[in-house]
Ligand binder design. Structure first.
Ligand SMILES: Nc1ncnc2c1ncn2[C@@H]1O[C@H](COP(=O)(O)OP(=O)(O)OP(=O)(O)O)[C@@H](O)[C@H]1O
Length: 260
């Protein structure tokens, strides 16, 4: 693939522990095209979060290649927005101020920060709650602020680690719709970690299944469903068939393998 937004090749990651070293990721090869939406799924402990945080520049890796737009990733950057399952908002700042705070770090003037933050709070339909503190917001609202914050500095890539994992089913569906709409309008490249296979099929262009011990890529599935997606697709044979294949692949990769 030429001109990929993200290129990972031969990447290995070990964690040092009191009992010795543990290989969390083994020979990961993965490329994301511009504007592609890719989900990472796999059994608990297969290294999804580790891989995402390495791409975010929040963790080191031992060897391999990690490039965005052809340049090495050497730390966190404003080209990559990150959203975690826990909302990570500053409790003493309002929704609007949480977004402004992130923009101040990007070196913008106070007026620019205010205007851009207001625009992104509006984008996630939270204008009425702009002056509310995190403690006054529901889980879905807090996650919308976190998404507004991640998008506010116009990243080219969005890295999301189980962003809707803590939400109830209805709010989760609403957030999936909102994310799809933002992704379609802003043409972002998204790397999305989830435990929910239905969510992965619904949102993604491609699903990457990881296996455990050590974490590797076990299988990749292209999602051929038309866009824009709608909730009515979830009950189609095509959707259900793919969901079953991905689940079987996760099951297949979740048993502990002997070290090679
Ligand atoms: N800081 C750390 N130090 C040592 N080991 C770690 C550390 N972080 C993760 N691990 C180990 O690395 C492996 C991969 O963890 P990781 O959190 O990336 O998996 P995951 O697929 O995201 O899991 P989950 O789906 O449960 O969130 C696990 O065995 C975990 O125990």
């Amino acid at each position: 693939m030429t001109g990929s937004k993200l290129k990972i090749a031969g990447l290995n990651k070990w964690y040092g522990m009191r009992t010795g070293r543990m290989q969390a990721l083994s020979h990961i090869d993965l490329e994301l095209a511009d504007n592609e939406f890719v989900s990472l799924v796999g059994a608990s402990g297969c290294g999804k979060s580790t891989l995402l945080s390495i791409v975010a520049g929040l963790q080191s890796f031992d060897d391999g290649v990690l490039l965005t737009d052809g340049a090495p990733i050497i730390g966190p950057g404003l080209d990559r927005g990150v959203v975690f399952q826990s909302y990570t908002l500053l409790p003493w700042l309002t929704a609007q101020q949480n977004v402004e705070f992130a923009l101040q770090a990007a070196g913008l003037s106070a007026g620019e920060c205010r205007d851009i933050a207001r625009h992104h709070i509006e984008l996630v339909n939270l204008t009425k709650f702009a002056d509310a503190f995190p403690s006054q917001l529901s889980g879905g609202m807090k996650q919308r602020v976190a998404i507004a914050r991640a998008l506010s500095y116009r990243p080219k890539m969005l890295l999301m680690d189980e962003p809707f994992g803590a939400l109830d089913a209805l709010t989760r569906h609403q957030m999936q719709e909102l994310l799809t709409q933002i992704w379609e309008e802003h043409r972002l490249t998204v790397l999305f970690v989830t435990h929910d296979v239905e969510e992965a099929v619904y949102l993604s262009d491609r699903i990457v299944v990881m296996s455990i011990n050590p974490g590797r890529i076990n299988a990749t599935y292209h999602v051929g469903l038309a866009r824009p997606r709608s909730q009515s697709m979830i009950s189609t044979p095509e959707f259900i068939g793919l969901q079953k294949q991905v689940l079987a692949s996760i099951r297949d990769g979740s048993s502990i393998r002997p070290e090679e």
